[in-house]
Design a binder for this molecule. Structure first.
Ligand SMILES: Cc1cc2nc3c(=O)[nH]c(=O)nc-3n(C[C@H](O)[C@H](O)[C@H](O)COP(=O)(O)OP(=O)(O)OC[C@H]3O[C@@H](n4cnc5c(N)ncnc54)[C@H](O)[C@@H]3O)c2cc1C
Length: 222
């Protein structure tokens, strides 16, 4: 969101709180016109979204007032911006020619990092369209592929068990109202995954594909 502070003062530089699980820290960016940009939130959705959830907005405003500056309660809201961050089901980009087509190329699925990667990806894509091979580091990201693993199922469940509660609790130690229901659900899901694993002995089926048909959207409000 973009706000105008009551006394017109803004910080001299960008301020940012530490990253938390599943989300970047809260940040504010002073703009040359004297306004202050405050962001960002993130929810995962199967469909692109046009509008912000009120719960996300409430969360962003409360976090900004609690963690950046209490004086923001007197700021005026100038603008709300909602954008979609494309992310494939396995979390890695989609880059290259679409299997089974002669001329359909994809460069997407970059989630929160597409802006910074764009000069490099554009250069690589231009090379590929010109008939050259992709850089070896990009070859794993062909658009239609089995999900790229970041560990065995057991390792991922164990890792997840460790971080699952973090995003539910804010630095002040409270669970935001709109996440209270998620807490027991998440505990149950993570617990169930662990139980399934113990019952089955070990690993189990992975999702079938990470291609464009399962492109998700991380929707952010700034
Ligand atoms: C709030 C927010 C903050 C971000 N901050 C950063 C950051 O700090 N650093 C960073 O590196 N990245 C950041 N990103 C991520 C970055 O913006 C994305 O990774 C990048 O834009 C993805 O590029 P894309 O071309 O795949 O998709 P997009 O940029 O979304 O482009 C898709 C385009 O397709 C168009 N389109 C959609 N449907 C159709 C249709 N049916 N017909 C024709 N056109 C269509 C859309 O209008 C859009 O122009 C941020 C994203 C958001 C939302």
């Amino acid at each position: 969101m973009v706000v105008e502070t009551e006394d017109g003062r803004v910080p001299d530089s960008v301020l940012r709180t530490p990253n938390r699980s599943f989300a970047c820290g809260l940040h504010c960016v002073p703009r040359s016109d004297g306004s202050l940009y405050v962001g960002a939130t993130n929810i995962i959705s199967y469909e692109p979204r046009k509008y912000a959830l009120l719960s996300d907005l409430k969360f962003l405003i409360e976090c900004a007032m609690d963690q950046l500056h209490t004086g923001l309660d007197d700021a005026s809201l100038q603008k709300l911006q909602v954008g979609n961050r494309p992310i494939p089901a396995d979390g890695f980009p989609l880059f290259g020619r679409l299997d089974g087509t002669a001329n359909v190329w994809m460069a997407t699925g970059t989630y929160r990092d597409g802006l910074h990667q764009s000069p490099l990806l554009a250069q690589q894509m231009a090379d590929m369209l010109g008939g050259r091979e992709a850089h070896p580091a990009l070859r794993d990201f062909v658009p239609v592929r089995p999900p790229l693993p970041t560990g065995t199922r057991d390792e991922i469940v164990d890792r997840q068990r460790g971080v699952a509660q973090d995003p539910l609790v804010e630095p002040a130690g409270d669970v935001p109202q709109h996440r209270r229901q998620a807490a027991p659900d998440l505990h149950a899901a993570v617990g169930a995954a662990g139980r399934d694993r113990r019952r089955a002995g070990r690993g189990s089926a992975r999702p079938a594909a990470a291609g464009p048909d399962v492109l998700l959207q991380g929707v952010g409000v700034t």
